[in-house]
Design a protein around this ligand. Structure first.
Ligand code: AVJ
Length: 327
């Protein structure tokens, strides 16, 4: 892999594929030039955004995190028994690496490979895991997982488990989710497993509240992407002239997040000018919700066989174990 690998720390290895700034610039200019303006949600996660997301996970309205943690806590033994010990455990978009802690003790993998776009957060999280799980080999990879993952050659034959919790798969359009699951299946290899967290369809009031928390953290998270563009791309967004909007789009089974221009205004980004009318929006995120059946269809389309599915008593969230089908 084209990277700089450094042994920053004796306890874990760090790999980085570093061409992020150009891509950020290109995708922002392209997205804001569209009829429905948009910015890909992966750009939420600069270091401030990564912290804000951690705070979202602590808001009482944001049920996915605590619910999934409870499912993991309750079923770690069963998951470990299904997957087996001594595996290579890969976690794309690992964020703070908190959830995986519940799997590590039960599963006793040989190697843990956290992968994330937010390098600063990844270094801290990986170092903490290495410190707390001394028996575990940790190889952290800083990369944009939507570009495809280059996982270092590790422990050749050990079976792999790809852990993709949090309902991050919900950020993809359903067709793209199939393609991404197929990529994860390829990463896991034949006979390998995926453990995927899915936010389930439910009462709209619960969904709408989860993305409109009373403390305004989700609003701050959403607006931070404009601040990031100002900081990194020489832009002059007036943050006070945009507001947060999130709502459940029932026809599409998704939460949509937008930033709404509250007045007529122009924004300059490095020589490009973008004109906004009052009420124009920038679409910043989709978060698709599935049923067990609709997610299973995606998994099958990606060449994965459903092995087992765990959920909470209220049916808020699902955790699916899938196996990479043989040919
Ligand atoms: C990280 C994509 C799973 O969609 O719920 C949380 C991101 N955005 N609040 C989600 C998010 C606003 C989150 N995912």
């Amino acid at each position: 892999m084209a990277n700089n690998m450094n042994n920053r720390d004796a306890e874990y290895r760090f790999y980085s594929t570093d061409d992020a700034v150009d891509e950020f610039y290109r995708e922002v200019i392209e997205g804001l030039g569209r009829h429905q303006r948009s910015i890909p949600p992966k750009y939420f996660y600069d270091s401030k955004g990564a912290l804000l997301f951690e705070t979202i996970c602590e808001q009482p309205e944001y049920y996915p995190t605590i619910t999934e943690l409870a499912i993991l806590r309750e079923n770690a033994g069963e998951i470990a028994a299904s997957v087996g010990a001594g595996r290579v455990l890969i976690e794309p978009g690992c964020g703070s690496c908190d959830k995986v802690r519940l799997l590590l003790d039960a599963m006793q993998p040989h190697v843990y490979v956290p992968v994330d776009i937010s390098c600063a957060q990844l270094q801290v999280a990986a170092a903490n895991i290495a410190e707390d799980f001394e028996w575990l080999e940790v190889h952290a990879v800083c990369a944009d997982i939507t570009d495809g993952m280059e996982i270092p050659e590790l422990n050749g034959n050990a079976g792999r488990l790809v852990f993709y919790p949090g309902s991050s798969i919900g950020n993809f359009e359903p067709d793209d989710a199939v393609a991404f699951l197929a990529l994860l299946a390829k990463t896991a290899g034949q006979g390998g497993h995926l453990l995927v967290g899915i936010d389930l369809e439910k009462d709209h009031a619960i969904l709408n509240a989860a993305y409109n928390d009373a403390n305004g953290v989700t609003a701050e998270f959403n607006l931070n992407v404009l601040q990031r563009i100002n900081r990194e791309l020489d832009a002059d967004f007036d943050i006070d002239a945009f507001s947060h909007r999130a709502f459940y789009n029932e026809a599409a089974s998704r939460i949509e997040m937008h930033l709404v221009s509250t007045c007529r205004q122009s924004v300059r980004i490095d020589g490009h000018t973008f004109d906004f009318g009052a009420g124009d929006t920038i679409h910043t995120e989709n978060s698709y919700k599935y049923s067990d059946a609709s997610f299973r269809r995606l998994a099958l389309a990606a060449g994965l066989e459903p092995v087992e599915c765990w959920t909470d008593a209220d049916g808020l969230f699902g955790l699916h174990l899938l196996e990479v089908a043989g040919q």
